[in-house]
Design a protein around this ligand. Structure first.
Ligand code: SF4
Length: 256
């Protein structure tokens, strides 16, 4: 596995990027909005339902896909990529005003997000952060530049460990910005762990929107039974004001 390049002083900060592409946001409360996705390499978890396992490893090149929703007409940029180069690529190839930092786990390169935000925001870009919600210290480093946060709440059945304390710290900080919590629900998810997550989230703020995302079937994961999903949505609504059941839209539309 290639190591993810760590950043240095501000003028030397660069990141290992997997790809830059444009599509509709397929998940959460911004579902359907047109976004540029900047996929950073590296991740600190290994979820059973991961649909981007290749992004957990560093890449020699960053692939750029100019055509929205399709991995076609690829260009390549040598890694690591500087924030200034990222800004130039986004402005050259894409029209969207939303830029999503995703992964992998983008907060492993939080200083890069911070520097990129400083360059992109003067041009009117809004920055969306899609994170596994386990690195509150890294969030604090770049929070000022982020406009909207999609935070995962990882269930122990999916990651093999209980990240609840880290998630609680993370959510307390993330709620300084517009934020929702996303819980991926598969056939292996357990009512006890879902109920525990609802209670912990509500103890921080019962206004936090929670998305129960239907896991897309993959090699190590099956979608949940819909009757159970509705039961768990009802359970969540005992503690929280907004609990939605959503699929991954881009898969339904056949888009990348
Ligand atoms: S946190 Fe995201 S990128 Fe990392 S293993 Fe889990 S699903 Fe994959």
């Amino acid at each position: 596995m290639m190591p993810v390049v760590k950043s240095g002083p501000a003028d030397l900060i660069k990141a290992n990027l997997r790809e830059i592409m444009e599509s509709v946001q397929g998940e959460g409360l911004l579902m359907g909005s047109r976004q540029v996705f900047v996929r950073l390499s590296g991740c600190n978890l290994n979820c059973s339902y991961c649909d981007t396992p290749e992004s957990r490893e560093a890449s020699a090149v960053c692939k750029i896909y100019p055509q929205a929703g399709r991995r076609l007409n690829v260009r390549e940029e040598a890694n690591p990529v500087s924030p200034a180069r990222l800004s130039a690529i986004i402005q050259r190839y894409f029209a969207s005003r939303w830029v999503s930092f995703t992964g992998g786990e983008p907060l492993l390169q939080a200083d890069y997000i911070k520097e990129s935000a400083a360059l992109l925001k003067p041009y009117g870009y809004r920055l969306f952060l899609e994170t596994n919600g386990t690195l509150p210290g890294a969030l604090a480093e770049c929070l000022a530049g982020i406009d909207y946060i999609s935070m995962d709440w990882k269930l122990p059945s999916a990651v093999g460990a209980d990240y609840s304390p880290a998630h609680e710290q993370f959510l307390s900080l993330a709620l300084q910005k517009p934020c929702y919590v996303k819980m991926v629900i598969s056939q292996d998810s357990k009512e006890g762990e879902i109920g525990d997550a609802f209670k912990r989230i509500a103890a921080i703020s019962s206004d936090t929107p929670v998305i129960l995302q239907i896991a897309t079937p993959g090699p190590f994961c099956q979608s949940p039974d819909m009757d159970r999903m509705l039961t768990w949505q009802g359970l969540g609504l005992q503690f929280l004001k907004e609990v939605r059941v959503l699929p991954q839209l881009h898969h339904l539309l056949g888009l990348t």
